[in-house]
Design a protein around this ligand. Structure first.
Ligand SMILES: Nc1ncnc2c1ncn2[C@@H]1O[C@H](COP(=O)(O)OP(=O)(O)OP(=O)(O)O)[C@@H](O)[C@H]1O
Length: 348
C-alpha cells in the first residue's frame, strides 16, 4: 500500500554538529491529520522543513506517494508550508499573495484567476481581495496564508505552529475551521505544535518527540491510556508513577505494595482519572491508602489531593456525584482503588 508520506530513518545533523533529528520513521496515510508534538528544540520544525525540502536531510529517505523526494527542491514537491508568522508579502494585496504560488508555476492567467477566485470564496476573503496584506487582522492573515498554501493543490499541507500568533479565542475558532477544512478537502495535514491541547484535539495521530527522536506515534487517546515511555507519561496528561521491581508478568513490587498492569517494566503509570474512592474495595482492584489533603469540586468533577503512604502528594479526579465525595474532608484517611487494566507498566 502506497503511503502519502513515508520517512525512513531520517536524520539531520546541522553543520555545527547539532544532531536535531535521528532515525525518524513515520508512515502517513492519505487524508490523515498528524501532529508533531514536543518541547522546544526537540526537532519538530527541522523535520517539517526536511519534508518541505527547505532543509537537506543527512540520513535516510523521504517518500511522497512512493516517490523518493529526498533530493528534490521544495517547489517541485507536492507540499505547501504554512508558517507561524504567515510569511505574507505585506505590500502585496490579498489576491497577489494567494496567487504567488501559481505565479511560480507559470500557469495561464485564466486558470490562475479561476483558482484564486475559488479559494478566496472558500475562505471568505472576497471582500478583502484587493486590500494590502498588512492592513488585515491576525485571523484574516491566517486565512490568507492557508488559502495561499492550498491554492496550489498540494498533496500534503505542512503547518508550522500556524496558530501560535493568535489569541486564545481566535485560536479555538481557527482550530475548528482547520479541522473541518481538512476533512472536507481530504488533504494530508502535518501540524507542528508545542501546545498539547491543540495536538490532541485536532489530530488523528500524534508523534511525540524529545531530543530529536520519536518517543511514540499514537492516536491521542492512546497517549493517555498507554504511554510507552517515561517521557510520554510525564509529558502527556497527569499521571502518577510508582517505581518498583518486576516480580513476574505484569506485576511489580513497590513500597506501596504489589501493583499489576498492562505491559512490561518496573514503573507503573496510573492516569489521574483511573483512581476511584473505594471504601470497601472491589476484588481484583489495586488499593492504595492515603490521607486527603485537599479537595475542590468544579462542576461535576471533584479534584482531590491525596498524600500516599510514601509521602508523595498526588492529584485524583473523581465524579462529584460519587457516593462519599461530598462528605470527604481534608485530613481524613482515604483508600483509592485502581483497576489494573488502567495501569501501564513501562521501563523506568
Ligand atoms: N540552522 C541550525 N543550525 C544549528 N542548529 C540548529 C539550526 N536550526 C535548529 N537547530 C537546532 O536543532 C534542534 C531542533 O530545532 P527545531 O527548530 O527543529 O526544534 P523545534 O522542536 O521545532 O523547537 P521549537 O518548538 O522551539 O520551534 C535544536 O537544538 C536547535 O537549536
Amino acid at each position: 500500500m502506497l503511503h502519502d508520506l513515508e520517512l525512513i530513518q531520517v536524520g539531520k545533523t546541522y553543520p555545527d554538529g547539532t544532531v536535531a533529528v535521528s532515525d525518524f520513521d513515520l508512515k502517513v496515510e492519505k487524508g490523515e491529520f498528524v501532529a508533531f508534538l514536543g518541547p522546544s528544540g526537540c526537532g519538530k520544525s527541522t523535520t517539517l522543513r526536511m519534508i518541505a525540502g527547505f532543509e537537506d536531510i543527512t540520513n535516510g529517505e523521504i517518500l511522497i506517494k512512493g516517490q523518493n523526494v529526498s533530493a528534490m527542491p521544495p517547489e517541485q514537491r507536492p507540499t505547501s508550508m504554512i508558517f507561524q508568522n504567515y510569511a505574507l508579502f505585506p505590500h502585496m494585496t490579498v489576491r497577489q499573495n494567494v496567487a504567488f504560488g501559481l505565479d511560480l508555476k507559470k500557469m495561464p492567467t485564466w486558470e490562475k484567476d479561476d483558482k484564486v477566485d475559488r479559494i478566496l470564496d472558500m475562505f471568505d476573503l472576497n471582500d478583502f481581495a484587493d486590500r494590502r496584506a498588512d492592513k488585515l487582522s491576525g485571523g484574516q492573515r491566517q486565512r490568507i496564508a492557508l488559502a495561499r498554501g492550498l491554492v496550489v493543490e498540494p498533496e500534503i499541507l505542512l503547518l508550522d505552529e500556524p496558530l501560535g500568533a493568535l489569541d486564545a479565542n481566535l485560536r479555538r475558532i481557527i482550530q475548528n475551521e482547520l479541522k473541518l477544512l481538512q476533512r472536507e478537502l481530504g488533504i494530508t495535514f502535518i501540524f507542528v505544535t508545542h501546545a498539547q491541547s491543540e495536538a490532541l484535539g485536532l489530530s488523528d495521530r500524534v508523534v511525540v518527540m524529545s531530543n530529536g527522536v520519536v518517543e511514540q506515534v499514537s492516536p491521542p487517546k492512546e497517549l493517555y491510556r498507554r504511554p510507552v515511555s517515561r517521557f510520554v507519561a510525564d509529558f502527556i496528561g497527569s499521571n502518577t508513577m510508582i517505581a518498583g521491581r518486576s516480580v513476574g508478568a505484569g506485576q511489580i513490587d513497590t513500597p506501596l505494595g504489589l501493583l499489576s498492569g498492562q505491559g512490561a517494566g518496573d514503573l507503573a503509570v496510573i492516569p489521574a482519572e483511573a483512581f476511584r474512592i473505594t471504601p470497601a474495595g472491589t476484588p481484583g482492584e489495586i488499593r492504595l491508602d492515603g490521607t486527603l489533603t485537599g479537595k475542590s469540586l468544579v462542576g461535576s468533577v471533584g479534584h482531590l489531593r491525596v498524600r500516599l503512604a510514601d509521602n508523595r502528594e498526588i492529584s485524583v479526579e473523581t465524579h462529584a456525584a460519587t457516593p462519599g465525595a461530598q462528605a470527604l474532608t481534608p485530613g481524613q484517611p482515604i483508600t483509592l482503588g485502581v483497576d489494573p487494566a488502567a495501569v501501564t507498566l513501562i521501563q523506568s
